[in-house]
Design a protein around this ligand. Structure first.
Ligand code: PYC
Length: 412
C-alpha cells in the first residue's frame, strides 16, 4: 500500500486534493504532447522527472484517459515473439511493477499469470517458439499442458468435448491486470505536481510547419507556438500526422469489450484464445472482463454491436459452459491504429520537431510506461534510445519490419 493511501485512510474523511489542476493555456510551450492517455501523460511525467523539462502541455480533446487508455482490458504482459518486442515490453512490466511506489498511488497491479491457449499443432508450435525466445531474453514464459492448466483454471473445459480442445498453453507468470484509470490518474498527478500543464477539452485542429519544421499547433482554444510536438494519440493518429504532412501506414479499426455482473472469485489467471478469438480475466470486483478480435472493417465508430456480444459469448461458453446464466453488465468499444507488422511507430518523422508514438494496435496500454520513459529520453537527448530503434518510421521504407502478429493476443 502506498504511503499516501495509508495517510488518507488514517485521516478520516478529509476531502482528497485534486489529482491535477486546470491551468491557463499559454501561447508557447517547449514541448506539446497531443493525447492525454497513458502514453502522453507518461511521457510528460518522465520528461519532468528524469530530464527536468517541465514547460510541457498535454492536449486532450476530451477528458484524460477517455480514449484507448480507458477502453482497454488492462492486460499487462511481455510474452512477445520478436527479441525487440520482448525486451521492450519487459521494461514496461518492470516499470509497472514499481509504478505504485514511483507515483505513490495504488495502481493495483495484479501479476496473476497469463495463459495463451493452443488448440492446434501450429499454435502449439508458435507457443514453443515464443517460450524459447522469451526465455533467451530472460522473460518467464513456458509451455504447459492440460494437467497443469487444469490446476490453474479448474473451471475451464479441458476435455475433448469442445470444438477446439485445448492442447497446451503459453504460461507467462509475470503477466496480469492493472487498474487502468489509476495508471492514467497517477501519471497525470505526477506530471501536474512537477509543473506540466494538462489541458483537457483542447482539440488540435492544425499543425503549422515552415521549411519542414514544426512551429506551432492550432487548437480550438488558440494557437500554441512550439518547436517540439509529440503525436501520442490513438484512433486519430493518422489524421493528426496528416496535419503535419506526415503519412502513416495505419488502418484504424474498432475493438469491442464487455464486462459481466460480478461473480465470486473463480478465475485467477488471464486466459486468451487466439483460435476462439477471446480473452478474459476476473477483476478485483468479480466482473469478468472480456474481449475479442478487432472489427473486420476500418471505422472511427465506437458503437457496440450485438453481433460482437453474441460471437464472443458463444466462444467463451465453448470453454466455460458453466457461465451460461451469467448476465452482461455493459459493453463498449475503442479504436485501434493497426500497422502492417503489428508493432508501433516511435520516434522522429521526416518533419523536424514532429515526433510520433503511435500505431499501438491492440497492445498500447501495456506499453505506456516504457514508451513514456523512452520517448522522454528521445525528446531530451534528441537521440533514439536503443530499445526503440527497431520501431522507427523509416522501417517501412527500408523493409526492416518487426513482425509481431503471432503474439498480438487478439485474433485479426
Ligand atoms: O495484447 O494482451 C493483449 C491484448 C489483450 C486484449 C487486447 N490486447
Amino acid at each position: 500500500m502506498s504511503i499516501k493511501l495509508l495517510k488518507q485512510a488514517l485521516n478520516g474523511h478529509k476531502p482528497l486534493t485534486r489529482m491535477w489542476r486546470e491551468q491557463p493555456l499559454k501561447d508557447h510551450y517547449d514541448v506539446v504532447i497531443i493525447g492525454g492517455g497513458v502514453h502522453g501523460l507518461a511521457t510528460a511525467y518522465y520528461l519532468a522527472k528524469h530530464h527536468n523539462i517541465t514547460d510541457v502541455a498535454v492536449l486532450e480533446k476530451r477528458y484524460i484517459g477517455g480514449g484507448g487508455s480507458g477502453r482497454n482490458t488492462a492486460i499487462v504482459r511481455s510474452n512477445y515473439l520478436t527479441p525487440e518486442g520482448i525486451l521492450f515490453y519487459d521494461e514496461s512490466v518492470k516499470l509497472y511493477e514499481d509504478l505504485a511506489d514511483d507515483l505513490d498511488f495504488n495502481v493495483m497491479f495484479s501479476q496473476r499469470g497469463h495463459l495463451t491457449l493452443a488448440h492446434t499443432d501450429s499454435s502449439l508450435r508458435t507457443m514453443r517458439w515464443r517460450a524459447e525466445v522469451n526465455q533467451i531474453q530472460g522473460v518467464n514464459s513456458r509451455v504447459i499442458y492440460p494437467a497443469e492448466i487444469k490446476e490453474l483454471v479448474p473451471f475451464m473445459d479441458l476435455s475433448d468435448h469442445p470444438r477446439f480442445p485445448v492442447m497446451g498453453a503459453l504460461y507467462h507468470p509475470p503477466g496480469g491486470i492493472i487498474r487502468h484509470d489509476a495508471v492514467v490518474w497517477g501519471y497525470a498527478h505526477g506530471a501536474d505536481t512537477r509543473g506540466v500543464h494538462i489541458q483537457q477539452m483542447t482539440e488540435v485542429t492544425g499543425i503549422d510547419v515552415e521549411n519542414n519544421k514544426v512551429i506551432a499547433v492550432q487548437t480550438n482554444r488558440g494557437r500554441i507556438k512550439t518547436g517540439t510536438v509529440l503525436n501520442a494519440t490513438a484512433g486519430w493518429c493518422s489524421l493528426i500526422a496528416a496535419m503535419a504532412g506526415v503519412k502513416l501506414p495505419i488502418e484504424t479499426r474498432p475493438l469491442q469489450a464487455c464486462v459481466t455482473e460480478p461473480l465470486k472469485p473463480f478465475l485467477d489467471t488471464v486466459v486468451v484464445s487466439g483460435t476462439l478469438h477471446f480473452y478474459l480475466s476476473q477483476s478485483d470486483r468479480g466482473e469478468l472482463v472480456m474481449g475479442a478480435s478487432v472489427d473486420p472493417f476500418t471505422s472511427y465508430s465506437m458503437d457496440s454491436t450485438l453481433s460482437f456480444m453474441e460471437g464472443l459469448s458463444g466462444h467463451v461458453l465453448e470453454l466455460f459452459p458453466s457461465l451460461a446464466k451469467v448476465r452482461m453488465l455493459r459493453q463498449w468499444a475503442g479504436l485501434c491504429d493497426m500497422t502492417p507488422d503489428y508493432s508501433p511507430i516511435m520516434g522522429f518523422t521526416p518533419v523536424e520537431g514532429f515526433l510520433v508514438d503511435v500505431g499501438w494496435g491492440t497492445y498500447g496500454f501495456k506499453a505506456g510506461p516504457v514508451s513514456g520513459k523512452r520517448m522522454a529520453e528521445l525528446i531530451a537527448t534528441n537521440r533514439t534510445p536503443d530499445l526503440i530503434t527497431a520501431f522507427g518510421y523509416d522501417r517501412f521504407f527500408n523493409g526492416t519490419l518487426v513482425g509481431e502478429k503471432g503474439a498480438a493476443s487478439v485474433g485479426h
